[in-house]
Design a protein around this ligand. Structure first.
Ligand code: ADP
Ligand code: ZN
Ligand code: ZN
Length: 767
């Protein structure tokens, strides 16, 4: 009689293991690893996931005390390898086992159950139709190309995306809002052909005409070296890592495409991760132009049904190249031959809720499990990855760095000029534009080209400040300084989203919370003021497009603004961090950074690294075409190593002092760092829980080399949504099983009413 090892879907750290259930003969064929099943647990029906099937009960219980599996609720969603990775995930990031398994399930599968009437069986509630037909769109092959009406921006966007090859409606809809309607109109006009069919991959032939990939005539030296290193890592078959350290525009994507081609030729598949914000129709198109309908796309902007369709194509073996955000690592790809993580330094690869994994670490673990290679790509690799490459091996596998220092062809790296704003002869106290930047913009306008201006958003909002004592009002529910929005005359909290009319008779802005003064004034240079000054400078000579959290709140706003910028003949794009990523507009010849240093002052040991990454990435937006690019960086901190390094195209200028600081302060990459945050409405309960935790951690760790317990202390964001927040930071040696130890200690604390404890191993968010 076989047994199923089942992880119960009960999200508590107290249930850290799987339980054994007997598989009745009538379910023997159905119960497999990866199935969702119904079992009894503590006399209650409970949903669980099968992580192993064995001949003997694993837990060693006597067989007569083991309950049977009652029912199979959903077919297998993952294999034994994925089950092992999930188990690692739960240990490594100290989360309940079921939370580590959920991301592997079919998209839309809800874990809640409903019972229809008394006698009918339990069933899973699934938010999906189970469709496997995919609607494909391709350009019609008839005569003249269709020219949409000039207001039909969506149709234009759809046609543009299709020039790279056929796409599914779901994919189009994910990157172009309203694509479904646009496709319908285009179909009526005969501009596109829509075919609804089961997505099947034939023997090399696709029934759809796929546009040929713009394959470069010859690879650069760097690209060839990168491919050779990836080949070697694939051959080794044990999870070796290759870091492709290539400057912006050096052709990293071409390396990925070629590497995937080689893996596909051996019949294996590939997972490709791209930061969510860079996952545009443009990016997808590049992969589709090479691999056609062998590509599946997975990310959070798809509806549950669309995500299910894409996921199911992968599970059925109909698509072997999965392109997606962080969560694409969980795709049910049978034979993973290669994992690629583009822009590996990106903070968004760290998940903020359980399981709090980092895609780089999960990717490395998965590569080891699947016996394949992991490729990391970036123009600004994380210090963690650089450190491992320097050591050469980490956790038993090889880490190799390949550098691609040049752009192919004639494209040159832009020239960079740092403007020290403390030296500006200025009338106004905080000038928005230096003379150099003003002049640079003038020249762009004269030459009818395009410019991008970066506002380093953090610390760059406008606040209301007491004119008497300098106090800035905070949200009464969260410890977050309220930002002032000129257009709506509102104060807003960016933590809980509450707003108040500014300077009204009541609310947090009526008088100073500190001294009671009624003289409150706006301070800081907001995006609005930059836009106003820019409009004055530009007049009607060019279009000014603003891109920040306010102008991109709606679905698809982002894409629409970029299209406007693309379509304009001469334009200036002003925006926050979000403009630094992945934009590839050859006509951009000037990049201006208005305030390079605001992020340097954040209380976070990664502040320097983030600033360096941001400046280097945004500088990479200039001069991607034939014309040379120019970058002007305005700063009040011209001597900072991060700024110097960008100015000189010399990363070592930043890394040298940065690594010295980190070694001295015992931060990553020299230690692991975890943040344990307790939150709740009752401050005393929160304090008590954390004091107890700190006490037991000290008992266990004092005297152990390289371990350190800091705190408890209030979090920087000491209150959020009316819950107080306190934390403990723990440092550990780089090879420590930190999650396991912290999980144990928090489990020992037991349940504390009204207090929730979040363990964030290898934390990125320290607030
Ligand atoms: P990255 O991802 O490193 O920023 P991309 O892959 O976007 O760079 O490449 C930048 C540009 O260079 C693209 O337009 C790409 O088509 C082109 N390119 C890539 N490799 C080559 C090559 N070997 N020869 C010529 N052009 C290339
Ligand atoms: Zn005051
Ligand atoms: Zn708030």
């Amino acid at each position: 009689m076989p047994y199923a090892h089942v992880v119960l879907d009960i999200p508590t750290r107290a249930l850290e293991r799987a339980f054994d259930y007997e598989i009745p003969a009538e379910l023997a064929d159905e119960v497999q690893v990866g199935c969702t099943v119904l079992v009894n647990f503590s006399r209650r029906p409970s949903v669980g996931y099968v992580v192993a099937v064995t001949e003997r009960p694993v837990a060693g219980l006597s067989p007569d005390r083991i309950h049977p599996v009652l029912q199979v609720l959903a077919p297998s969603a993952f294999d034994i390898g994925a089950a092992r990775v999930a188990s690692w995930l739960a240990r490594e990031y100290a989360c309940p086992p079921c939370e580590a398994i959920r991301p592997f399930l079919a998209p839309g599968q809800q874990v809640k159950m409903r019972r229809d009437g008394e006698s009918s069986p339990w069933e899973l509630v699934c938010d999906r139709s189970g469709r496997v037909d995919v609607r494909w769109v391709r350009l019609a092959e008839t005569g003249d190309p269709y020219e949409p009406h000039k207001n039909a921006g969506r149709q234009r966007a759809v046609l543009q995306a299709l020039t790279a090859g056929p796409m599914s409606v779901a994919e189009l809809a994910a990157t172009i809002p309203g694509a479904a309607q646009a496709v319908a109109s285009l179909e009526r006009r005969g501009a596109v052909v829509v075919e609804s069919r089961r997505h099947v991959r034939g023997s090399g032939e696709t029934t759809l005409s796929s546009a040929s990939a713009p394959r470069p005539e010859r690879l650069t030296q760097g690209q060839r070296e990168a491919l050779a290193a990836i080949d070697e890592a694939c051959q080794a078959g044990r999870g070796d890592v290759v870091l492709v350290d290539g400057v912006t525009g050096s052709g990293k994507t071409e390396v990925y495409l070629d590497a995937i081609e080689r893996v596909r030729a051996r019949g294996r598949g590939a997972l490709v991760l791209v930061p969510e914000i860079s996952l545009t129709a443009q990016t997808v198109g590049r992969f589709r132009s090479r691999f056609g309908d062998d590509v599946a796309v997975l990310h959070s902007r798809l509806s549950a049904g669309e995500r299910f369709d894409q996921w199911d194509l992968v599970r059925q073996g109909a698509a072997h190249v999965v392109v997606g955000a962080r969560s694409a690592l969980f795709a049910p790809l049978g034979d993973v031959g290669l994992i690629i993580i583009d822009e590996e330094h990106e903070g968004s690869y760290k998940q903020g809720s359980a399981p709090r994994y980092h895609a780089r670490e999960l990717g490395a673990r998965l590569a080891r499990e699947r016996g394949c290679a992991l490729v990391l790509g970036s123009a600004t690799p994380s210090v963690e990855s650089l450190a491992r490459c320097k050591d050469g091996t980490w956790a038993g596998v090889r880490w190799t760095r390949v550098s691609m220092p040049e752009r192919p062809g004639r494209a040159l790296l832009p020239t960079i000029q740092v403007v020290d704003m403390t030296q500006q002869p200025s009338g106004s106290r905080w000038p928005v534009f230096s003379d150099v930047l003003r002049q640079g913009l003038e020249e762009v306008l004269e030459r009818r080209e395009k410019a991008v201006l970066l506002l380093n958003r953090r610390g760059f909002a406008t606040f209301l400040m007491c004119q008497e004592c300098g106090c800035v009002p905070e949200c009464p529910h969260c410890s977050t300084a309220l930002t002032y929005h000129e257009r709506t005359h509102q104060l807003a909290c960016h933590t809980c989203g509450r707003t108040w009319p500014a300077l009204a008779g009541s609310g947090p802005s009526a008088s100073c919370p500190n001294c009671g003064s009624r003289y409150m004034g706006a301070y800081g240079v907001g995006t609005q003021r930059v836009e106003d000054e820019l409009s004055m400078l530009v007049g009607d000579r060019a279009e000014v497009i603003r891109m920040d959290a306010d102008t991109t709140a709606g679905k698809g706003d982002h894409q629409r603004l970029l299209e406007r910028f693309d379509a304009a003949s001469c334009a200036v794009l002003v925006g926050t961090q979000m403009i630094a990523k992945g934009l590839d507009f050859p006509e951009v010849t000037l990049v201006g950074v208005i305030n390079a240093d605001t992020t340097l002052k954040l209380p976070d040991f990664r502040a320097g690294e983030r600033t360096y990454d941001l400046l280097e990435q945004v500088a990479g937006r200039a001069g991607r075409g034939e014309r040379p690019g120019r970058v002007i960086v305005q700063t009040y901190w011209a001597g900072h190593p991060a700024i110097q390094a960008v100015a000189c195209h010399d990363r070592a200028l930043f890394l040298g002092p940065e690594l010295d600081d980190r070694r001295e302060a015992e931060y990553p990459p020299y230690r692991r760092l975890a943040n344990v945050v307790a939150s709740g409405r009752d401050p005393r309960a929160v304090n008590l829980a954390l004091d107890d935790l700190a006490h037991s951690l000290h008992l266990r760790l004092d005297g152990r080399a390289e371990w350190e317990v800091l705190g408890p202390a209030d979090c920087l964001k000491a209150k959020a949504k009316d819950r107080v927040r306190r934390h403990i930071m723990v440092k550990a040696p780089t090879d420590a099983n930190m999650g396991e130890l912290l999980g144990e200690e928090v489990r020992k604390l037991g349940r504390r009413n009204g207090v929730s404890i979040a363990i964030d191993v290898d934390c990125h968010d320290l607030m």
